[in-house]
Write a protein that binds this ligand. Structure first.
Ligand code: NDP
Ligand code: 8X3
Length: 253
């Protein structure tokens, strides 16, 4: 039984990963995000479907370094044996050319996607070092492999995740900690609603005329990566909808 900490578990890929790992039956789930009521709903749902899965939820804004240190430090003793960290919390804000970009949007993306991932990783690393089967999964993006029009700062944050994924693998190698990047293309979650600040019509249009990935597609891949034998690490995966060739070219019907 391994204990997995999933950041950004209240929605989308994070919530789907919690459900899929609960179904596997080999994981204890530590779930965090800013919206406690969402975590509670998810926890109730998983507990009704998989009553044997242990779950602990807590509120965490990954942008707040002190909150990260306190939350991890104050975990109940039974939840401190973290084996797996899934750095999933992240967001995009706005889709504007750089000359029209909003400083607040840029700060929120940089603070969450880069600094938040770093705060959590550093804070959890001492616990992972105690594990005999430790693994960090970083959720990057096609936006970390390519740039697309108006994606500027979001793409930059995901390029940073790509670099940090490689860097962590080097730094954590002596401790036998696996490090994997999962880089999805378009996944229909709350991502576009957040990017367009609640404009649901604009968000829906992103996926019009094609079948995007869904959270479970990514969660199944995470489950596969986590279940490889001890001597196998999957470094980096790029997962796209069949209808999406790269960061800019999609086939809409
Ligand atoms: P969602 O918006 O559905 O989920 C994002 C999650 O991140 C939520 O649970 C949210 O929880 C959490 N989150 C956001 N900001 C913070 C914060 N400051 N502190 C803690 N948690 C936070 O989107 P996705 O599931 O799609 O996104 C998950 C990850 O996947 C992100 O890193 C995203 O960049 C990446 N990704 C998404 C793709 C897509 O097309 N959807 C494609 C490629 C990568 P809460 O608001 O409750 O804090
Ligand atoms: C989210 C997918 O294509 O909007 O990372 O960058 S995309």
């Amino acid at each position: 039984m391994r204990t997995v900490l999933i950041t950004g578990a209240s929605s989308g890929i994070g919530a789907a990963t919690a459900e899929v790992l609960a179904r596997e039956g080999n994981y204890r789930l530590l779930l965090c995000a800013r919206r406690q009521e969402r975590l509670q709903e998810l926890s109730t749902k998983i507990s009704s479907e998989y009553p044997d899965t242990a779950i602990h939820t807590f509120i965490l804004d990954v942008r707040d370094a002190n909150a990260v240190i306190d939350a991890i430090g104050q975990l109940p003793a039974a939840w401190k044996n973290i084996d797996i960290l899934i750095n999933n919390a992240g967001l995009s804000q706005g889709l504007d050319p750089i000359q029209d970009g909003d400083f607040g949007d840029w700060d929120r993306m940089i603070d969450t996607n880069i600094k938040g991932l770093l705060y959590v990783s550093k804070t959890v690393a001492p616990l992972l070092k105690q594990s005999k089967n430790a693994h960090i999964v970083n959720i990057g993006s096609i936006a970390g492999k390519e740039v697309y029009p108006n994606g500027n700062v979001y793409c930059a944050t995901k390029h940073a995740v790509d670099a940090l994924n490689k860097a962590m693998r080097i730094d954590l190698l002596p401790f036998g900690i696996k490090v994997t990047a999962i880089n999805p293309g378009m996944v229909e979650t709350e991502f576009s609603e957040v990017r367009f600040k609640g404009d649901t019509d604009k968000a829906k249009n992103v996926y019009t005329g094609l079948t995007p990935l869904n959270g479970h597609d990514i969660a199944e891949t995470i489950s596969f990566v986590l279940s490889r034998p001890a001597h196998v690490n999957i470094n980096d995966l790029l997962i796209m909808p069949t209808a999406q060739a790269n960061g800019t070219i999609v086939n809409r019907k």
